[in-house]
Ligand binder design. Structure first.
Ligand SMILES: [Zn+2]
Length: 382
């Protein structure tokens, strides 16, 4: 009597769920479940297939396996009806190794990582890194403008983190460099025995900041206490406990230290502002090098930061060239480049109100720039 080692119902269900009911053949990936014409039913064309056959005479049968091993979830793969037929008709091509590789890949792509789970429970938490190798491309301004625009457009709490010793982004948010920060102090919180001090922006509701010296101190203390650093974990914990939905980080120029690279690696969105002067895309290769090793980075956005539409056609042509070069570097690195349609208009009054305690959101002369930043955050995160 030919005995079959069929899967239990529970095993079949688990196999299907682990790949979201998609066919695990990487060249197919068909969704195998959907609505039936009857409103109370669903229709499934997927099958829990045996990698090594359930019975003697079947494809890839392995007589050395026990019954238990044959019906174990490890011996199953979820496929659509077509693919399940094909793999059994050509077992020389669809070997145990090939099928195991399909399964591993299909499940790996859908695996819930720690950061995914936290993002889900946080609904929207995004860590946004503003980065580029070269200096003077408007990173600080972009960081502060995006922070304020996010808080105003979406009415969410935003944390702005300075990852550069100049703290320029924070000056745009109403602080002065050597200012006594106490009047604006939040209550500090403690993460893994390390104290984190944040401050309310004195001019923008819903925007808090972390100064670079605080970040440096956290980094050092983590290293001393635990022998390793975890700025990502610190930011996630902070967002959970204080209700930040966006964390916007000015990653500084050059990515010269481990704090900057750690924050860049933690970012799910990376914004590369170009413009202001020639060679503004210098250092892009090193940015891409780091991002290729990031498991958090989902999207990269490249855009002209401010006033690229100058009256000088030569300068404009240079900007355009650098823009295309940058896109090419990112694409060659295999990273996910997103297009930005919003153009930040030229406005000479912007430099007048940078790094001063002035609310550009109330400054009539830069109204068009403020409007562009509102459109930008809608485009990026709306
Ligand atoms: Zn298929």
């Amino acid at each position: 009597m030919n005995k079959r080692d069929d899967f239990l119902k529970k095993t079949k269900e688990e196999l299907a769920k682990r790949c979201s009911y998609r066919c695990s053949n990487p060249n197919c990936q068909k969704i195998t479940i959907g609505a039936h014409s009857r409103p109370d039913k669903s229709l499934c064309i997927g099958r829990a297939c045996h990698i090594s056959a359930a019975a003697e005479g079947g494809a890839r049968y392995n007589k050395l396996m026990t019954s238990q091993q044959r019906r174990a979830i490890e011996n199953g793969i979820w496929l659509c009806a077509d693919c399940s037929d094909i793999i059994d008709k050509d077992e020389k091509k669809y070997t145990v190794e090939v099928l195991k590789q399909w399964k591993e890949q299909a499940e790996k792509e859908l695996m819930y990582s720690d950061s995914c789970l936290i993002k889900d429970s946080q609904h929207l938490l995004k860590i946004i890194g503003i980065a580029i190798g070269a200096g003077g491309t408007g990173k600080s301004f972009v960081t502060s403008a995006i922070s304020v625009a996010l808080s105003k457009q979406f009415n969410k709490k935003v944390l702005c983190v300075s990852v550069t010793k100049y703290d320029h982004a924070l000056l745009n948010l109403g602080f002065e460099r050597e200012l006594e920060r106490l009047p604006f102090s939040n209550s500090s919180i403690t993460h893994n025995d390390v104290k984190i001090q944040t401050y309310h922006s004195p001019i923008y509701d819903n925007v808090d900041v972390i100064f670079y010296d605080t970040l440096k101190d956290i980094h050092l203390q983590q290293l001393l206490k635990f022998g390793k650093t975890d700025l990502n974990g610190m930011l996630l914990d902070l967002s959970k406990r204080c209700g930040y939905e966006y964390i916007v980080c000015d990653c500084g120029d050059g990515l010269t230290n481990s704090i900057q690279t750690e924050i860049l690696l933690a970012s799910s969105e990376v914004i590369i502002p170009l413009g202001q002067h020639s060679n503004s895309n210098g250092g892009m290769s090193s940015v891409c090098y780091w991002l290729r090793n990031s498991s958090s980075c989902k999207n990269i956005w490249v855009f002209y930061s401010m006033g690229y539409l100058t009256s000088n056609p030569k300068v404009n042509a240079q900007f355009r060239k650098e823009f295309l070069q940058t896109q090419e570097i990112i694409c060659k690195a295999g990273l996910n480049l997103k297009e930005v349609k919003t153009v930040i208009p030229e406005n000479r009054y912007i430099s007048d109100c940078m790094w001063r305690k002035k609310d550009i959101w109330k400054f009539e002369k830069v109204k068009n720039v403020v409007q562009a930043y509102k459109e930008l955050v809608n485009e990026l995160f709306g």
